[in-house]
Design a protein around this ligand. Structure first.
Ligand code: NAD
Length: 489
């Protein structure tokens, strides 16, 4: 499964960095370096962008009909599913994701391609009759070379979430995977080749964000940038992109509230709250990391949440019984542990906070629950991105909304109540791009995905993604005797 060196993929070939530079990749369980990865610099990005630009202007990809491109996308989906087991093992080994949860990733990744194949085939453009004298119609054209920059959580799924719509739109792409989780992306070149994607349409440059990522952002021939990662990185990228007035799509951090009213189905709300914050090791942008509970059921809910957190099975990512695996990297583990220490001083620790018994090494942490968390606490305000949840009581609906909105983020929210009118009302009042009422996080690829405030800029998903990678041109044609004003006649 493990390659000695993970290479870039430029113009249909696997290549090392021009400079020969590499960085080490280790697995989170043993901390052992298992591979070297090519460390891209500006010159590697320049080669990849030039290849993409050539494929875009001279190659067949952009000129294919929607049906022809969709056929290739479906073959990509098939090629991914053929590698589902390998992909799951790679993802679990490289990121520490429990193997059972890693297994879902191939299906999600394949679905990304199948879905956008359907979108482009079904797509139609607008046409307008203007007062009977003019017809306007809209032509959609691929925007050019798209730069795709992705994070380390569920890496393959998020890479394909950007690759599918950009390729569907007819763009050529340069992908920069996250440096902490480059392994599964090494499947992409063979998947693309097997599916018949022409050389140069898909390019990939590995490397450190501040080097390879920054060079991709700054390259003048990359008019679209789709980024998923931290809000602070998003700000840096926007500043650089502004110099070229590039269009950016940003999926950023979150601190999503789960609001539980006393009349809710508490068993379900509890299941969803536990799953929402501890699945994917809590390294999940839409994690329900702040649970707000109405006072009459607060103590009971805290006690049940703590008991469930204690019972969640933490273990080796490769063990099918594991529910929470190893955090991605020792640096990230140290950062999450720092928040646990901050939390001990700010709130009441009711579960976790330490390594699990029997796992003295590796980046493990027991699911951790803090109760009575004040809204000005750092653990309430800041994204921890690990298996740590804050619980805070509220007395009224208005207070619940105020607390839900009391952070800089606005990605997702979850509302639990038996009163459906209240469910709708609160769903609209919370600052969030996506709200689930009486439901855990179930994604439908047709719906707009993204956040407000510090959680994002723009929307991906459904036609939004294809629009982002397209230029729409309106063509106006006179159909009758349309007389222009006669200046100077
Ligand atoms: P990160 O911002 O550190 O890195 C993301 C990517 O950006 C990596 O590929 C990195 O190499 C690159 N990068 C870093 N600095 C760069 C720079 N100056 N210029 C260009 N590229 C640069 O984020 P991360 O730690 O990998 O991921 C975790 C974050 O991602 C969390 O905040 C999480 O909420 C967020 N996230 C958001 C979503 C969403 O859809 N909203 C989904 C997943 C993760």
């Amino acid at each position: 499964m493990i390659t000695d060196e993970l290479l870039h993929h430029i113009d249909g070939k696997d290549v090392p960095s021009v400079s020969g530079a590499t960085f080490g990749v280790s697995d989170p369980v043993t901390g052992t370096e298992y591979a070297r990865c090519a460390a891209g610099q500006a010159e590697d990005i320049a080669l990849a962008v030039a290849a993409a630009r050539r494929a875009f202007t001279d190659g067949p990809w952009t000129g294919l009909s929607a049906r022809e491109r969709a056929t290739v996308l479906v073959r990509i989906a098939d090629a991914i599913e053929d590698r589902a087991d390998t992909l799951a093992r790679m993802e679990s080994h490289d990121t520490g994701l429990p193997i059972t949860q890693a297994k879902g990733q191939a299906h999600r990744a394949a679905e990304n391609f199948r879905y956008f194949a359907d979108v482009i085939v079904a797509q139609h453009e607008d046409a307008f009759l203007v007062g009977g004298k003019q017809v306007n119609y809209v032509v959609r054209q691929p925007a050019g070379v798209a730069g795709l920059i992705t994070p380390w959580n569920t890496p393959f799924m998020l890479e394909t979430w950007k690759l599918a719509p950009s390729l569907a739109a007819g763009c050529a792409v340069v992908l920069k995977p996250a440096e902490w989780s480059p392994l599964s992306a090494s499947l992409l070149p063979e998947v693309m080749a097997e599916a018949g994607v022409p050389a140069g349409v898909f390019n990939m440059v590995h490397g450190i964000g501040e080097e390879a990522g920054a060079a991709l952002v700054a390259h003048p021939d990359v008019p679209r940038l789709s980024f998923t990662g931290e809000s602070g990185t998003g700000q840096i990228i926007m500043r650089t992109a502004a110099a070229h007035l590039k269009e950016v799509s940003m999926e950023l951090g979150g601190k999503s509230p789960c609001v539980v009213f006393a009349d809710a189905d508490l068993d379900r709300a509890l299941d969803a709250a536990v799953f929402g914050v501890f699945s994917l090791n809590g390294e999940r942008c839409t994690a329900s990391s702040r649970v707000l509970v109405e006072r009459p059921v607060y103590e009971e809910f805290v006690a049940r949440l703590a008991a469930r957190a204690d019972a969640v099975k933490v273990g080796p990512p490769s063990d099918p019984a594991t529910e929470v695996g190893a955090l991605i990297h020792p640096e990230h583990h140290a950062r999450v542990m720092e928040y646990v220490e901050i939390g001990r001083a700010e709130a009441r620790l009711v579960a976790g906070g330490t390594r699990p018994d029997g796992l003295p090494g590796g980046t493990f942490l027991r699911p951790t629950v803090f109760a009575d968390v004040a809204p000005d606490a750092r653990i309430f305000q800041e994204e921890i991105f690990g298996p740590v949840v804050c619980v805070t009581p509220f007395d009224t609906e208005a207070e619940a909304v105020t607390l839900a909105n009391a952070t800089k983020y606005g990605l997702a929210a979850y509302v639990w109540t038996a009163d459906l009118s209240r469910g709708h009302r609160v769903a609209r009042a919370i600052d969030a791009g996506m709200v689930w009422v009486n439901s855990h996080n179930v994604r439908d690829l047709r719906t707009p995905f993204g956040g407000i405030k510090a959680s994002g800029v723009g929307r991906e998903g459904g036609p939004h993604s294809v629009d982002f990678y397209s230029d729409l041109r309106a063509i106006h044609v006179a159909v009758d005797d349309l007389t222009p004003p006669r200046f100077g006649a």
